[in-house]
Design a protein around this ligand. Structure first.
Ligand SMILES: *Cc1c(COP(=O)(O)O)cnc(C)c1O
Length: 361
């Protein structure tokens, strides 16, 4: 059975070596040595100033919203994983959807501008599939209108924009290290920022607000992660470059075959972007064709995923707001299996099944 992704695992001996260290120290959680080591390594690898390892990518988004003091409207993308919108609602704020760019599925800066009201306090945008948003234009809009920017960078681990980390744009970026992501710690995430005062706030907010054992800086929650999850991250850390290179080769193989068919649309990725090959989305001409292809792939034990369907505009806890492109693309897009060491023959088989069934339509 071939799934859309397969969690990468380190050599078990390397993982066990870290676990033996935990047995020796007796330090299981609460900012132990492995958590600190992972944070240092990630900061250096990603080229960012402050990075806080937290227990998942969703709490990272919630703490980001809380730390920036946002209470009212947040302009956001309807084309993302549900956590992008649900964290806004969970924090008691109101998501206002701005439609996406048809070329690469990221939120449209022109549409953001149309949605700004006196209640707008922030923009929460996703570098969807690891493709960077229009970060420079979004920064201009935010500066002009005095808005905060949060980037949900759950898919953008290792991505660079004009040679620098995509995580350095906006006020805060968040990562997810869930088992299905490109780099993972089983469960986990991170909050990234440049500003020292904001970093201080995030650091106490993820730890109940503690200022030492008997005092509190302010309101906090339990956003900490533990030594066992950090151990997984440390054991996988040396494989990161290999993971990205291998995924890129597999992506290029898909491209070399599928690009021959003009009815299939792939998102555009500009030359100045160093991509991480996090996903392989393709858009079909219609939902009907997508459903036919999906059925045939499933009959062959291949399970692509409809990322991201349905459009977040359809969530039942959200006021109805139409977004033409997002609503349309979400019905016609499929993510094909992509993970390190997926066999080339499987990719060829998937491509053939797709191409044959498009021709029949
Ligand atoms: C995975 C994901 C999240 C949530 O991350 P968790 O670590 O699973 O909580 C948030 N946003 C996007 C875009 C994601 O893909």
């Amino acid at each position: 059975m071939i799934q859309v992704t397969k969690s990468i695992l380190p050599d078990i001996k390397e993982y066990i070596a870290y676990i033996e260290g935990i047995w020796a120290s007796g330090h299981l959680t609460n900012h132990g040595p492995l958590v600190l080591e992972l944070e240092e390594k990630l900061k250096k690898y990603l080229g960012v100033k402050h990075l806080f390892f937290v227990n998942n990518g969703t709490i990272a988004l919630q703490i980001a919203i809380k730390a920036l003091g946002i209470k009212k409207e947040i302009i956001t993308t309807p084309f993302s994983y549900v956590a992008t919108t649900s964290s806004i609602c969970w924090e008691g704020c109101k998501p206002i959807f701005a439609d996406i760019n048809a070329s690469n599925f990221t939120i449209s800066s022109a549409e953001i501008e149309k949605k700004i009201t006196s209640n707008t306090e922030a923009i929460l945008a996703t570098h969807v599939f690891g493709i960077p948003c229009e970060v420079e234009k979004i920064q201009e809009i935010a500066t002009k209108n005095n808005l905060k920017i949060i980037y949900d960078a759950a898919h953008a681990f290792g991505v660079k924009y004009k040679k620098q980390s995509i995580l350095n744009f906006g006020d805060i970026s968040t990562l997810s290290f869930h088992a299905t992501k490109l780099f993972h710690t089983i469960e986990g995430g991170a909050i990234i920022c440049n500003d020292d005062d904001l970093a201080h706030k995030i650091s106490y907010m993820r730890n109940f607000g503690h200022n030492g054992q008997e005092a509190f800086w302010g309101l906090g929650i339990n956003g900490k992660n533990c030594e066992f999850h950090a151990a997984m991250g440390l054991a996988l850390f040396p494989k990161i470059n290999w993971i990205i290179e291998n995924r890129t080769q597999k992506l290029q193989l898909y491209d070399s075959i599928l690009k021959k068919n003009p009815t299939l649309f792939r998102p555009e990725i500009a030359d100045f972007i160093t991509y991480n090959a996090a996903y392989y989305p393709i858009v079909f001409e219609s939902e009907e064709i997508l459903l036919t292809v999906k059925k045939i792939l499933n009959e062959n034990q291949i399970y692509p995923r409809r990322y991201f369907y349905p459009s977040l505009t359809t969530l039942n806890y959200i006021e109805k707001m139409e977004c033409k492109f997002a609503d349309n693309i979400s019905k016609k897009i499929l993510c094909l299996p992509l993970y390190p060491d997926i066999e080339n023959e499987i990719i060829l088989k998937i491509c053939n099944l797709i191409l044959n069934n498009i021709q029949q339509n």
